[in-house]
Design a binder for this molecule. Structure first.
Ligand code: AGP
Length: 619
C-alpha cells in the first residue's frame, strides 16, 4: 500500500527530483504517513525523508535544496513495521558507509531473523522497519560484487514475504534496480529516460508506454535500457501495454476533491466497462477471458471473494447471476475464505473482485483457490496488478484511476463487470435466460444516463447531509439487492464521516435491530422497485411503517412514481425506474453523495480518510 517511484534520465538539471515528486503526488493515495526521496549525485547519496503527508517532504526540500541528479527513487508510506516517523520513512540507507538507498512496498516476513544475523555482524540499525534489513542485505551483496543487479538478485534470495524493492547506489549513477514478489511494479518506457512505479500513475505524466513485471522478476533501468531477469538469474520478459488514460484523467477535473470527481465519473465508468463486450447483434463477446467455453459450461458453483466494498459488489452479483444462470453462487470475505477449508474443485469458478488488484487478503485467497484446483477469474480495475496475474483470466473494469481511498466508481464498475460475466455464462450455457441476456444488456446500456439523472438531482441530499452533520449514528435498510446497497451506504458513512453506521437486511429488523430505533433516529431505506417480484416492495414499505411508528426519521430512496412510500417518508430521494436487478447501480449513488457531503460538512479529508489506505497490501 505504499507509493513507489524510480527514475533514470540524462537530466542533470534536477529533472529526477521533479519526476519523483510529481509521481509521489499521484501515488499519495496509496499510503500517506511519511515520504522520502534519494538521489545519486556526484558520487554521493542525497536523502530527504519526513513523516506526515507529502507536503512535509516538499517543505523540507525547499528548506534544504537537493543537488541536481538524473537518478532517483521516491516513496510514500503506509506504515506496517514501525510507526510513521522520520526514521522509519523510506528510503533506507544500507552498508557501513550508507552509500546504498532502498525503498520497499510490502512485508518481509523473515526480517527478524535476518536482522538478528546482521546485528550479530555489527550492523547498526536506525529504524524499526523490515525495509532497512533489505537495504543492508543489498549493500552487503553490492560490496562483494560491485554489481547492483547481482546484489539485488542475491539479496531477494534471502527474503520471504511480499515485496517490491527499488535500490540505487552512490557508485552507480544512471542505474535503478527493482525487484517484485507479490507486490506491484511497472516500468514506464521513455526516450533517453525510464521510470518505475507502483502503478502507472507514477509516470503517466511522462509516458503512456509501460511494461508490467511478472512475479519474481528483477528489472534494471538506465536512461537507454530496460533489462529484466528472473529471480533465477535467467533473462525474462515483462508484458508491454499502452496506458489508455492520460494524466488529466488522474487529476480532479475541476471537482473539489477526487471523491466528488469519481462519484461523477460513474456514468462513464459503467459505460466504459460495457464497451466492447457485445457484438453488433448485442450478443456478449468476452474473448479477453481466454478460458475455454467448455470449461465455463462445466462450472457448477461460483464463489466470489473480495473485501469491503468489493465484497458488496459480489453480494449484489449473487442475486443476479443465480437468477440468470441457475448456478449456485457464494460470496466470501477473502480473509475468511483464505483460512477456511472450502468445498472447491475444478468445476468451481472463483471470481475475485478488486479495484487495486493488490489487496493481499484477496490475493492470498485467489492463490488458495488455485491451489484447490478452482478456475479463477479476476475482476480488476488496475492493469499490471498482481491479482490478475495470479488468476486464470481477468475481466478488467474500465473505471479509470480511482484515487480517492473510498471506492465509488470502481464499485459500480465491479457490479457491471459481474453482470457482464453472469450474462455471458447464461448466454454460453443456453437455457431460459440466454436469449434474455441481450435484453438485459440493453437495459444495462441505459443505466449510465440514469446515474447521471440521479447525480443531477442531489441538491436536497446534500442539504440533508449538511443538516445531519452532528448525527452520531445512522442506520441503512434494504432487501434483496438493496441489502448489500445498505451495507455499502453504511460503509461509506463510516469511512468518510467517521460516524457509526450499520446496514441491515430489512427483514432482519424485527429479529433484534429494531431495538435501536428511537425518536429521531435517522434511517435510510432502499425501497425495491414496485415492479419487483415476490411482494418485496410491499414488505419494505411495511418495514418503513414499523420504524416510523417508533419515531425513526425515514429517508427513503424510491423510484419515481412510487406513491406508496409517501405517507411514511420524512424525506424521499427519487431515482429513475430501473429493472430490479440493476437498481443498485442507481440507488447507491445518493448514499455516496450523502456520505461525501456530510464528511465535507465536518471538514474531513474525503480523499484520504484517517487510518485507511487505498490498497491494503498486508494481510
Ligand atoms: C472501499 O471504500 C474501501 N476502501 C475498501 O473496503 C476496499 O473496497 C477494499 O479494501 C477492497 O479493495 P480492492 O477493491 O482494491 O481489493
Amino acid at each position: 500500500m505504499c507509493g513507489i517511484v524510480g527514475y533514470v534520465g540524462a537530466g542533470g538539471d534536477g529533472t529526477a527530483l521533479d519526476v519523483i515528486m510529481e509521481g509521489l503526488a499521484r501515488l499519495e493515495y496509496r499510503g500517506y504517513d511519511s515520504a522520502g526521496v534519494a538521489l545519486v549525485s556526484n558520487g554521493e547519496i542525497a536523502l530527504q525523508k519526513k513523516a506526515g503527508k507529502l507536503v512535509n517532504l516538499r517543505e523540507a526540500i525547499a528548506a534544504n535544496p537537493m543537488p541536481p541528479s538524473g537518478t532517483a527513487i521516491g516513496h510514500t508510506r503506509w506504515a506496517t513495521h514501525g510507526g510513521p516517523t522520520d526514521h522509519n520513512a523510506h528510503p533506507h540507507l544500507g552498508g557501513p558507509d550508507l552509500r546504498l538507498a532502498l525503498i520497499h512496498n510490502g512485508i518481509i516476513e523473515n526480517f527478524h531473523a535476518l536482522k538478528s544475523r546482521l546485528v550479530d555482524d555489527g550492523v547498526v540499525f536506525t529504524s524499526e522497519t523490515d525495509t532497512e534489513v533489505a537495504a543492508h542485505l543489498v549493500a552487503r551483496e553490492y560490496a562483494a560484487s560491485g554489481d547492483l543487479t547481482g546484489a539485488m538478485l542475491a539479496a531477494v534470495a534471502q527474503l520471504e514475504g511480499a515485496f517490491t524493492l527499488l535500490a540505487v547506489h552512490a557508485d552507480a549513477p544512471g542505474v535503478v534496480v527493482g525487484a517484485r514478489r507479490n507486490s506491484p511494479l511497472v516500468v514506464g518506457l521513455g526516450t533517453g529516460e525510464n521510470f518505475l512505479g507502483s502503478d502507472v500513475a507514477a509516470f503517466i505524466g511522462h509516458t503512456r508506454e509501460a511494461m508490467e513485471l511478472g512475479q519474481d522478476q528483477i528489472v534494471t533501468i538506465t536512461p537507454d535500457s530496460v533489462t529484466v531477469i528472473g529471480f533465477d538469474g535467467e533473462p525474462a520478459e515483462g508484458r508491454r501495454f499502452h496506458v489508455d488514460w492520460d494524466a488529466a484523467a488522474a487529476e480532479k477535473g475541476g471537482y473539489p476533491n477526487y471523491m466528488t470527481k469519481e462519484i461523477h465519473d460513474q456514468p462513464r465508468a459503467v459505460a466504459d466497462t460495457l464497451l466492447g463486450r457485445t457484438d453488433a447483434f448485442g450478443a456478449l463477446v468476452l474473448d479477453e477471458l481466454r478460458i475455454s467455453e467448455d470449461a465455463l459450461r462445466a462450472v457448477d458453483k461460483i464463489v466470489f471473494i473480495a473485501c469491503g466494498t468489493a465484497a458488496y459488489a459480489g453480494m449484489i452479483a449473487k442475486y443476479a447471476i443465480e437468477h440468470w444462470t441457475r448456478i449456485p453462487c457464494e460470496v466470501e470475505l477473502a480473509h475468511e475464505f483464505r483460512y477456511r477449508d472450502p468445498v472447491i474443485d475444478a468445476k468451481t469458478l472463483v471470481v475475485s473482485i478488486s479495484q487495486s488488484g493488490e489487496t493481499m487478503d484477496t490475493l492470498m485467497a485467489v492463490k488458495h483457490a488455485s491451489d484447490l484446483g478452482a478456475l479463477t477469474i479476476s475482476i480488476c480495475n488496475t492493469h499490471g496488478s498482481t491479482i490478475p496475474r495470479e488468476s486464470d483470466a481477468v475481466l478488467y473494469t474500465h473505471a479509470g484511476p480511482e484515487i480517492a481511498v473510498a471506492s465509488t466508481k470502481a464499485f459500480l464498475a465491479q457490479i457491471t463487470a459481474t453482470y457482464i460475466l453472469g450474462l455471458y455464462l447464461a448466454q454460453l450455457r443456453g437455457g431460459t435466460y440466454a436469449d434474455e441476456a441481450q435484453a438485459v444488456m440493453k437495459d444495462m446500456h441505459e443505466v449510465p444516463a440514469k446515474i447521471q439523472a440521479v447525480l443531477d438531482s442531489m441538491d436536497r441530499v446534500r442539504e440533508i447531509a449538511r443538516f445531519m452533520a452532528d448525527t452520531r449514528a445512522v442506520l441503512f435498510l434494504g432487501r434483496h439487492v438493496g441489502y448489500p446497497v445498505a451495507l455499502e451506504g453504511a460503509l461509506k458513512l463510516k469511512e468518510l464521516a467517521y460516524i457509526h453506521a450499520e446496514g441491515f437486511a430489512a427483514g432482519e429488523l424485527k429479529h433484534g435491530p429494531i431495538a435501536l430505533i428511537e425518536p429521531g433516529q435517522p434511517v435510510f431505506v432502499i425501497v425495491p422497485s414496485p415492479s419487483s417480484e415476490h411482494g418485496l416492495h410491499a414488505k419494505v414499505v411495511s418495514n418503513i411503517q414499523e420504524i416510523r411508528a417508533r419515531g425513526a426519521r425515514t429517508i427513503v430512496i424510491a423510484e419515481e412514481g412510487d406513491e406508496d412510500v409517501v405517507p411514511f417518508a420524512d424525506e424521499i430521494v427519487r431515482v429513475p425506474a430501473t429493472p430490479p436487478l440493476l437498481a443498485p447501480l442507481v440507488t447507491v449513488v445518493p448514499l455516496q453523495v450523502f456520505a461525501c457531503e456530510l464528511a465535507n460538512a465536518k471538514g474531513l479529508d474525503v480523499d484520504q480518510p484517517r487510518n485507511l489506505a487505498k490498497s491494503v497490501t498486508v494481510e
